[in-house]
Ligand binder design. Structure first.
Ligand SMILES: [Zn+2]
Length: 413
């Protein structure tokens, strides 16, 4: 049987796109049968040509086509997007040399869709990276685009309502536009099977290693066409100093080649580390008196910061490093949390986020003269940060990785 995905129809009705496709061979295992991909915008998208409307689907399945050596057949595709596909694929090939990339995309016709541009947009989650990108490009008055179905699941209506309200308010405060996209782009893929396959070859999940950058950027294509965007910014999580020490689907070598019609993508803020970004945000708030409420937490549901997890603590400590008050930035920072902070942070200052903590500590010592360090933060200036894993831990990780591989082989046989 031919391993082929045939896209039969793109239904555009009002603000919604539904994709009708036929999955053959391996494709029928990797896509959830009962759930076709849909996208809902907050604006009418019927004027979007099929050659653009196909991009959200393609961006979320092209990595599958490459990794599993499968075929995709479509009628038409934007010529700019089409001519950059090899560069996108090349980014993945260089990121994951241990994986063989094959597959074939059969396009019957390429279409020119250029337009006169009139603005830009930022993929906006409300975190440190996204806010840094927003304030760095605020002169362009970029629109905010938030995706419901990304870190907030479609089932978390309460969480989404909090995030939606927060982003609407942010857009209002900054006098810019805000758009929300609702989509099942994570759940229409058989993520367990995809992650299981790649975890035997590399360390990480399908979402983080293959889907989230290209997948999120792809979703914006119909809106970019309607709104005539010149640039869609996606904020970096890693920095150039991390180069060679991470793998991730969202990277300048991949994201910057995602182009269509007259719209480019910029993987933004790669030159800044996380502390630089917190510094930029604090500085901006001090200068402008604007209100910035960060949303950084992955542990809590309901769209708020739990103020207890490592990520919340790392961000609050970053704000304290800038001699600023976490309460001003969307955290509930009280004495109780102050006391617990050291315990939460300490294990992560070894290996996991050691580079980020090192940068933060360097800045912390620079910003507070020794005599000025508040008593309850003295621990951070003295915290021993271990960047390099000791040899026995490297060995233990390697052994665990091999055991995991053996067990999964036995399980699959
Ligand atoms: Zn948290």
């Amino acid at each position: 049987m031919k391993q082929e995905l045939i896209i039969n129809k793109i239904i555009k009705e009002n603000n919604r796109i539904n994709y009708i496709y036929e999955a053959r061979g391996k494709w029928s295992d990797l896509l959830v049968k009962s759930e076709i991909l849909f996208l809902e915008f907050d604006t009418n998208i019927e004027a979007v040509p099929d050659s653009i409307a196909i991009i959200p689907l393609l961006c979320n399945i092209l990595p599958i086509c490459w990794v599993f050596n499968l075929n995709i057949t479509i009628d038409e595709l934007d010529d700019v997007f089409y001519s950059n596909i090899d560069k996108i694929k090349d980014g993945y090939i260089k990121m994951y040399p241990e994986i063989n990339f094959g597959g074939n995309l059969d396009v019957k016709k390429t279409i020119k869709n250029d337009y006169i541009t009139k603005g830009s947009a930022v993929l906006f989650s409300g975190g440190v990276d996204a806010f840094n990108t927003l304030i760095c490009h605020i002169d362009e008055k970029p629109a905010l685009i938030t995706v419901w179905g990304s870190d907030i699941p479609l089932s978390d209506e309460k969480g989404w309502s909090v995030v939606d309200k927060h982003h609407k308010k942010t857009a209002n405060d900054f006098d810019i536009k805000y758009h929300a996209i609702k989509t099942n782009f994570r759940s229409f893929l058989n993520c367990n099977m995809l992650s299981n396959y790649i975890s035997k070859r590399i360390d990480g999940s399908w979402w983080h290693e293959f889907q989230h950058g290209i997948g999120l950027i792809g979703l914006t294509a119909p809106l970019a066409y309607i709104e005539r965007y010149k640039i869609v910014y996606i904020a970096s999580s890693f920095t150039i100093a991390d180069l060679g020490n991470y793998t991730c689907a969202s990277d300048p070598t991949i994201d910057n080649h995602l182009k269509h019609s007259s719209c480019n993508t910029i993987h933004d803020g790669y030159e800044f580390n996380r502390q630089d970004k917190i510094h930029n945000i604090c500085n901006y708030v001090d200068k402008t008196n604007k209100s910035i409420k960060l949303r950084v937490c992955w542990e809590s549901t309901g769209g708020k910061n739990c103020c207890e997890c490592e990520k919340c603590c790392r961000t609050m400590l970053g704000i304290l490093t800038e001699k600023n008050d976490p309460n001003k930035f969307g955290f509930n920072f009280n004495n109780n949390i102050r006391k617990k902070m050291m315990k939460t942070v300490r294990p992560f200052a070894k290996y996991n986020h050691s580079r980020q903590y090192s940068e933060m500590q360097r800045q912390f010592i620079k910003n507070y003269k020794t005599t000025e360090i508040p008593k309850d933060l003295l621990w951070f200036s003295k915290l021993k940060i271990i960047n390099k894993k000791p040899f026995f831990i490297v060995l233990k990780d390697k052994a665990l990785y091999i055991l995991k591989k053996i067990f999964s082989k036995i399980k699959n046989n």
